[in-house]
Design a protein. Structure first.
Length: 305
């Protein structure tokens, strides 16, 4: 029940605040620890493996210790600390705002839409048409539902449920688990490129960690967009997506909305459909928002029982 209170605190902060400024965000502080790994090494895989094994554990330990210290003062303070920690490992409001902004600007101010896309997707937007800009916004919102929300919420819920079974305090373990997942994902986003061998271990670890959250996110999107059959349809296009996970929520979005989602020269989802218009893209982003609310509700129910 205490863990449910922490989920409620995190959801309330997400609705009220969105995200703190980058310079005050612990995820950005963690990024400063990862940044020194991003250079040439004589043995990049070994260095990357050590980094992937130790830095997320360090982040989890710091967060767990913070929550445990707060809980030792009072139960209420422990719940608040765990809620703040969970809030800092998740992102929904800023994601939705950024995606909706790109969609809104795509027809009237393509230059602004291209600039706005930098906050969502790591791709060259200079030559993207309005339709491809909207596609990128929907794809990124769907993919980041898993990376930015469901994964950390799921880790928190699992930690809260299983920690007491082995005699550990639920709140510190749950908050530490959420921080560990966020740290793994952060390392992948910074280092997980084909050109960076040092990032290969983090990328492989992230693939494993995100396997379940990506598929849960796809199911939540199918419910949010009232299109249960989209889960089956999405399977047809998964082979085109390099990632073993991101194709699931993006494919469901493409099927549920009846649109083509495309990253030029990389993949095409639902290739026989047209690129999304403004109204359809907005519906897709709203669907991601509804799926996010469902994720909070599921985490709350899981921790309650």
């Amino acid at each position: 029940m205490l863990s449910t209170g922490a989920v409620v605190v995190a959801a309330a902060l997400e609705a009220a605040v969105g995200e703190p400024p980058t310079r005050f965000h612990p995820v950005a502080w963690f990024g400063s620890l990862v940044a020194p790994l991003d250079r040439e090494w004589a043995r990049p895989l070994a260095v990357g493996a050590v980094g992937a094994a130790t830095l997320p554990v360090l982040a989890a330990g710091v967060v767990a210790a913070f929550v445990a210290a707060a809980a030792s003062v009072s139960t209420l303070l422990g719940v608040l600390a765990a809620g703040v920690a969970l809030f800092l490992t998740t992102s929904l409001r800023r994601l939705l705002e950024a995606a909706q902004s790109v969609v809104a600007d795509s027809e009237s101010d393509a230059a602004a839409a291209r600039d706005g896309l930098l906050a969502l997707a790591g791709r060259d937007a200079s030559a993207l048409s309005p339709g491809l800009l909207r596609s990128a916004a929907v794809e990124s919102a769907a993919e980041n539902l898993a990376d930015g929300l469901v994964a950390s919420l799921g880790a928190f819920a699992l930690g809260a449920v299983f920690a007491p079974l082995v005699g550990l305090p639920a709140l510190p373990v749950a908050a530490g688990a959420a921080a560990w997942v966020k740290a793994v994902n952060t390392m992948d986003s910074m280092l997980g490129y084909r050109t960076k061998r040092v990032g290969t271990p983090a990328a492989r670890l992230d693939d494993a960690v995100m396997w379940i959250p990506a598929r849960v996110s796809a199911a939540l999107l199918a419910v949010a967009l009232a299109a249960p059959g989209s889960l089956t349809e999405a399977r047809r296009w998964l082979g085109a997506v390099p990632s073993p996970n991101s194709g699931w929520p993006m494919g469901v979005a493409a099927a549920a909305l009846g649109v083509r989602l495309e990253k030029p020269s990389v993949y095409v989802l639902n290739p026989d459909a047209s690129l999304p218009d403004v109204e359809t893209a907005q519906r897709g982003v709203r669907g991601v928002g509804v799926a996010g609310l469902l994720a909070y509700a599921l985490a709350g129910v899981a921790t309650w029982f």
